[in-house]
Design a protein around this ligand. Structure first.
Ligand code: NAD
Ligand code: UFG
Length: 348
């Protein structure tokens, strides 16, 4: 399916498709012969990302600016297309903000998903891929983490993901239903498309490590605060499983294609690399890729952080036929290319 025409491509609804992960998924959907139809309210993204997707992939995603909570707007989108499946990225993701504004997080992440599934049911679209998170493992008893580990939440954002996972499992387990659902638990997505045209464009001061490091390297921020160096890890700083966003996007295409084979039900998969790197290892790798210094100071631990979090990614390999292929060096090179070419994100 290499055709650039849109009429013969199976349509996939991509909620939140203008965002960081969704835009990379749009590219890989087009590369695999699908037509992404994006619904995004642009509360944390710019339409420019979709123009760049078109530039990279040669096919323009269909775009509707709408809120997933607006059922009438969503009905119009479903009426205009015959969707093979839905990939659901739309939601809010800032852990700290979720403790300040819990109702907003439950409205966007939980109520928004429920509205979406209700409209899917009305239009008899039964295949759904949901953006979950490794945050559902809370503070794991050991690493690597596999999908059988107990789940828990330590903040409203994490709880919103856990609640949605449970809602979707109940929906798929109800008698005589036809739902076919994948819950994809992402570890830490980083990097950018190799073109340097799309990437992560956080509003304001970044919360996450990689965008912060990139903005220090380019000179927009002065120095990185390393949150704690007294954890029980290789060098005392926090260890995470960083996964290239293009690998993550390819994991979604693999999950989509395996929905056809797996039949009715709801399954959870870790999307990670299986390797963990510390904050200081990430800083060194970024310095090597960018040729820039990243000044840092050791600061107190950030409340709610855990020492180590990395995936056992075997289930995705055996059941989806997917595994991450990009290593740390490539993640850092691509993140730096995006930052250098777009110092002010999509406003550059
Ligand atoms: P993002 O903020 O870049 O993308 C989310 C998109 O959804 C944005 O374009 C935003 O405008 C849109 N959106 C939000 N609420 C909406 C609504 N009510 N209606 C329509 N559009 C709406 O975030 P991302 O990093 O691409 O994350 C995508 C998904 O993956 C989110 O659900 C997030 O919780 C999940 N996730 C992200 C990470 C991460 O570290 N980036 C890790 C685990 C899980
Ligand atoms: N860190 C710093 N300084 C910073 C930012 C982060 O030292 O300025 C450290 C953190 O303490 C942690 C590591 O870098 O050890 C990674 O932190 P991130 O904020 O980038 O990522 P988290 O693992 O804390 O959380 C991310 C997402 C969550 C998601 C979780 C699991 O932000 O939404 O991964 O998927 F739930």
């Amino acid at each position: 399916m290499n055709s650039t025409s849109t009429s013969n491509r199976p349509a996939i609804l991509v909620t939140g498709g203008a965002g960081f992960i969704g835009s990379h998924v749009c590219v890989e959907l087009i590369n695999s012969g699908y037509l992404p139809v994006v619904v995004d309210n642009l509360c944390n993204s710019k339409e420019e990302s979709l123009k760049r997707v078109t530039q990279i992939a040669g096919v323009e995603p269909v775009f509707y600016q709408a809120d997933i909570n607006d059922k009438d707007a969503m009905r119009k989108v479903f009426a205009a297309h015959s969707f093979e499946a839905v990939m659901h990225f739309a939601g809010l993701k800032a852990v700290g903000e979720s403790s300040q504004l819990p109702m907003k997080y439950y409205r966007y992440n939980v109520a928004g998903t429920l509205s979406l599934t209700e409209v899917m049911e009305e239009f008899k679209v039964w295949k759904l891929i949901f953006s979950s998170s490794a945050t559902v493992y809370g503070d794991p008893v050991s690493v690597p983490i596999d999908e059988t580990f107990v789940t828990s939440a330590t903040n409203p954002y994490g709880r919103s993901k856990l609640i949605v996972e449970e809602i979707l499992r109940d929906i798929a387990n109800a008698p005589n239903n036809q739902w076919n659902i994948s819950l994809l638990r992402y570890f830490n997505p980083v990097g950018a498309h190799e073109s340097g045209l799309i990437g992560e464009d956080p509003a304001g001061i970044p919360n996450n490590l990689l965008p912060y490091v990139a903005q220090v390297a380019i000179g927009k921020l002065q120095q990185l605060a390393v949150f704690g160096n007294d954890y029980n890890t290789v060098d005392g700083t926090g260890v995470r499983d960083y996964i290239h966003v293009v690998d993550l996007a390819l994991g979604h295409v693999a999950a989509l294609q395996s929905l056809d084979k797996s039949g009715v039900g709801c399954r959870a998969y870790n999307l990670g690399t299986g390797s963990g790197y510390s904050v200081l290892q990430m800083v060194s790798a970024f310095e090597a890729a960018s040729g820039r210094k990243v000044p840092y100071k050791i600061s107190p631990r950030r409340p709610g952080d855990i020492a180590s979090c990395y995936a056992d990614a075997d289930l995705a390999k055996s059941e989806l036929g997917w595994e991450a292929k990009f290593g740390l060096e490539r993640m850092m090179q691509d993140a730096w290319r995006w930052q250098e070419k777009n110092p002010n994100g999509y406003d550059s």
